[in-house]
Design a protein around this ligand. Structure first.
Ligand code: HEM
Ligand code: HEM
Length: 164
């Protein structure tokens, strides 16, 4: 993407952790939406409440757009020195798929719920399955970098080098 900076900005770091928390909420607290979907399809289910899932999903979409804009405008730091090439390729791949999911899931969810597009609902349910394994890979990669290669990568996502 754009130019390279010394580190991540405060806004970028806050967005990373807020989006991560919202994604985990979506992945683990979705029974209200599942039940609401069953009811919307003419079925019977108790505890239907789609609102938290819809609001969190829309928040993820808006924050992801904000994050992409910041990244394009202000750039991102180069990979840490001492990081093996294979890990760099893997990290780039995972980050790219993350960004794709942060757009595809809210959009397919919105199309399913508000547009009654049945294939979008099916895609939504299958595509979200990719999230947890990728988060596992991402966290494992960050921990390996931090504690094996000692690249200080966790600090980069905790301590900003500038405000924006
Ligand atoms: C749903 C959860 C998460 C998503 C979607 C996510 C996404 C991303 C993305 C896209 C990047 C690349 C930086 C950028 O372009 O914005 C990144 C970087 C990073 N993430 Fe996550 N992340 C998640 C959870 C976590 C967790 C739980 C950790 C804890 C270990 C973590 C640690 C990091 C670190 C340390 C970096 C910086 C990597 C570097 O400087 O090269 N992330 N994350
Ligand atoms: C990043 C954002 C999102 C994530 C990670 C996510 C994740 C999930 C998960 C884990 C489920 C349960 C799947 C299952 O039945 O096993 C689900 C269902 C559903 N979500 Fe989302 N969701 C997101 C955004 C949205 C948005 C914005 C909407 C629309 C307003 C939405 C609408 C739905 C619907 C209608 C279902 C039920 C589909 C069905 O059971 O066939 N989602 N979502």
């Amino acid at each position: 993407m754009a130019s390279q900076t010394a580190g991540y900005s405060r806004t970028h770091i806050i967005l990373h952790w807020v989006i991560a928390a919202l994604v985990l909420f979506q992945l683990f607290v979705h029974t209200g939406m599942e039940n609401a979907w069953i009811v919307s399809q003419g079925g019977v289910a108790e505890g239907a409440n789609p609102l938290p899932h819809i609001l969190a999903g829309i928040a993820i979409l808006v924050l992801a757009i904000w994050r992409v804009v910041i990244r394009l405008r202000h750039g991102a730091p180069a990979h840490p020195a001492g990081q093996p090439a294979l890990l760099t390729v893997l990290a780039n791949g995972v980050h790219l798929v993350f960004y794709a999911l942060l757009f595809i899931l809210p959009l397919s969810g919105l199309a399913a719920w508000f547009g009654h597009v049945e294939p979008a609902a099916i895609a939504h349910v299958y595509i979200q399955l990719a999230f947890l394994p990728l988060i596992g890979l991402h966290v494992a990669g960050a921990l390996v970098q931090q504690f094996w290669f000692r690249t200080g990568v966790l600090r980069r996502m905790a301590v900003p080098d500038r405000a924006l």
